[in-house]
Design a binder for this molecule. Structure first.
Ligand code: SF4
Length: 654
């Protein structure tokens, strides 16, 4: 039972775990603590470092009022909401009249994944016909990759891990990125003697705590997976009955992977043949097993191909969808209804998020509305992106809870509510439990939520489309009409944690209705029906630059609490010695896109030939690390390729 003045709410961050949190207030209504809910089946009382500091973040560095930039002085001045709305809508109307609706860009992402934050407010921009982005910065290529073979990308649930006998974290640093899922893996190990394997180029915290770490060269996941597939086939460790009953295209897949000997894979990936063989034996013998595919694993030029190859392995040993990547497609939530996409003609333009910078630099958009995202740190190719945001003929509006790197580029800054200050429902990426979250404290200053803002803009524009004025909870009820298991919508609204319906693991919505080892959906995509591999060529003076999350930050959030994301680069001591680089030195990482200055940390956890920086930070001079990251979208899904970035390193003279 929650204590007096204790409220349950849901953390809506772009995170695997989607925790239920207990927020305790004192008699004056101030938040005293935030902690993980011990009764939630996945949160299980564990509080991550971010949630523990949410009460600090709530009141630190907040945008509390609307502000307009005086461009002559380059200063922001506080204005009233009414002034802000009049300015915004006048500029929006003029832009559409002079340049057309496609010159308006909605630039958003998953800063808060609540249905009423992420989906419903998009109705305004869909009604206006604004240009959208493809939301491909993070996980989309992997999702599309798995869907080529499985029809959709959902897989095992986190609490299924408790029954597994083998769990592979493949390019997935769960200790940092999904602490609650990791805790379930540990419990499975205690209960069942489950083998935990980590496959990762870096010796991550997950690799250190796993029973076995298999290091491989960056972006060589596909050769490892394809050789494992071949090994399972050649040693007849496959499940013939399963393959015959549920799959299609096995023979052609088997023929394709027959070229992947252990010797060939070992020479490309790094691990000995013996190590790959032992992994294959484990895969076949320790069933049931789950392969947890990390999103970071697919952020490279070969990312989708790697994901395809890894995701097909469980099927060879007879496990339906024996992987986890992202489970949203398994829940029956009609997000298209919430955003209005289903009700409107789908004629709006969609542009690449990964390759957005040149479009903004060229001034293709004259009005940019940013919310739920901090693009001035998170999008690759920052130099042209920032040049574009600075253009005199581009009007940038940012609706955000906090001052960010992007508000530095805004003409108009509008204060938004945090998740603790508004009502919403968040559907997890991974697990099937959900509950309504209610505002715990009143909005700070003049903060307003996204739906209020959407309606105000609509009213000022004199739009009367019913979509914009539908009761949001009625819309959620419609969107969730098939999604609640053994509970009513009233149960959900009454504050209960309810279970969602989940599509069966043996359901394959492919053209053949079967799990397709040989995909029949690649004809128009320029891809092979089976996963392929091609190498990234770099010269001996170059390094592959990897980036990934740090425990204390959710993307760029929590810098206001823990300070800036460190401007550090980790390098293997052997590489450092060859270049006379010491720990703490200032170095320059450079390539054709630009350069950043970072401070070195020598780390055995980083393999030779590789450098690692924290994801989405800035350098010692405040330049985003994404100034030098690759911005070529993947062929499949248009996903990011951050981890195919090639750089040189040299000592900085300053
Ligand atoms: S950030 Fe992630 S791990 Fe932390 S409370 Fe939110 S959902 Fe849970």
């Amino acid at each position: 039972m929650a204590a007096p003045y204790e409220f349950r709410t849901v953390c809506p961050r772009d995170c695997y775990d989607t925790c239920t949190l207990l927020v305790q207030l004192d008699a004056s209504g101030q938040i005293k603590s935030v902690r993980g809910d011990p009764e939630h089946p996945v949160t299980r009382g564990i509080t991550c470092p971010r949630a523990a500091k949410d009460m600090v973040r709530l009141v630190t560095n907040r945008v509390k009022h609307p502000y307009l930039r005086d461009t002559a002085q380059d200063e922001l001045h506080q204005i009233s909401w009414e002034e802000a709305l009049e300015l915004l809508t006048a500029r929006l109307e003029n832009t559409i009249e002079e340049h057309g609706k496609e010159s308006v860009l909605l630039l958003d992402y998953f800063g808060n994944t609540g249905l009423l934050t992420l989906h419903f407010p998009q109705r305004l921009w869909n009604v206006l016909g604004a240009t959208r982005t493809d939301h491909a910065l993070c996980a989309k290529s992997g999702r599309d990759a798995i869907s080529l073979h499985y029809g959709s990308d959902y897989g095992v649930q986190p609490d299924d891990l408790l029954h597994m006998h083998m769990i592979i974290f493949w390019g997935f640093n769960a200790v940092v990125s999904a602490p609650h899922i990791w805790d379930m893996a540990l419990e499975a190990r205690d209960r069942n003697g489950t083998s935990i394997v980590a496959i990762d180029p870096r010796r991550t915290r997950t690799a250190k705590e796993a029973d076995r770490w298999i290091p491989l060269r960056p972006s060589t996941d596909a050769p490892l997976a394809l050789s494992l597939a071949n090994y399972l086939i050649q040693t007849d460790k496959i499940d013939h009955e399963f393959i015959k009953t549920y799959t299609a295209g096995y023979e052609r897949f088997a023929e394709e992977v027959s070229h992947w000997s252990l010797t060939r894979a070992s020479s490309i990936c790094g691990p000995d043949e013996r190590v790959i063989r032992e992994l294959g034996d484990l895969y076949a013998d320790r069933k049931p097993g789950a392969t947890m595919i990390g999103v970071g694993m697919q952020k490279h030029l070969q990312g989708a191909e790697s994901t395809r190859a890894v995701a097909l392995l469980p099927a060879l040993v007879g496990i339906h969808r024996g992987f986890f990547y992202s489970n949203e497609s398994g829940f029956k939530i009609d997000t298209g209804y919430l955003s209005g996409r289903h009700q409107l003609a789908n004629d709006w333009k969609t542009v690449s998020q990964v390759d957005l910078a040149p479009l903004i630099q060229r001034g293709e958009f004259k009005f940019i509305f940013v919310y739920n995202m901090n693009p001035a740190l998170t999008i690759p190719n920052q130099i042209p992106l920032r040049e574009g945001l600075f253009r005199d003929d581009v009007f940038v509006v940012v609706h955000d809870t906090h001052w960010t790197e992007t508000t530095d580029f805004a003409d108009l800054v509008l204060p938004a509510c945090t998740y603790l200050e508004k009502d919403d429902i968040t559907i997890a990426w991974a697990h099937r439990y959900t509950m309504a979250s209610r505002n715990v404290v009143p909005p700070l200053g003049e903060s307003r939520d996204e739906i209020w803002l959407m309606r105000q803009i609509a009213e000022h524009l004199k739009l009367d489309d019913d979509l914009l004025f539908e009761n949001p909870w009625s819309a959620v009820k419609i969107a969730m009409k098939e999604s609640l298991r053994g509970a009513s919508f009233d149960d959900l609204m009454g504050g209960n944690c309810v279970e969602l319906e989940y599509l069966p693991l043996n359901y394959y919505p492919t053209p053949s209705g079967r799990l397709e080892f040989y995909s029949t959906q690649t004809d128009n995509l320029g891809l092979s029906p089976t996963p392929q591999y091609s190498s990234l060529s770099i010269d001996s003076k170059e390094f592959i630059l990897l980036n990934s999350a740090m425990t204390r930050y959710s993307h760029t959030q929590f810098q206001e609490v823990f300070g800036p994301i460190p401007a550090t680069v980790r390098i293997n001591p052997r590489d450092a010695k060859e270049r006379n680089i010491l720990s703490g030195d200032t170095v320059i990482l450079s390539n054709e896109r630009g350069q950043i200055r970072m401070q070195t940390q020598l780390a055995e956890s980083i393999p030779p030939g590789v450098l690692w920086v924290p994801r989405q930070g800035a350098d010692l001079d405040g330049r985003p690390t994404n100034s030098i990251t690759l911005s070529i979208p993947q062929v499949l899904g248009g996903g990011s390729t951050f981890n195919s970035t090639v750089v040189r390193i040299e000592e900085s003279e300053t």
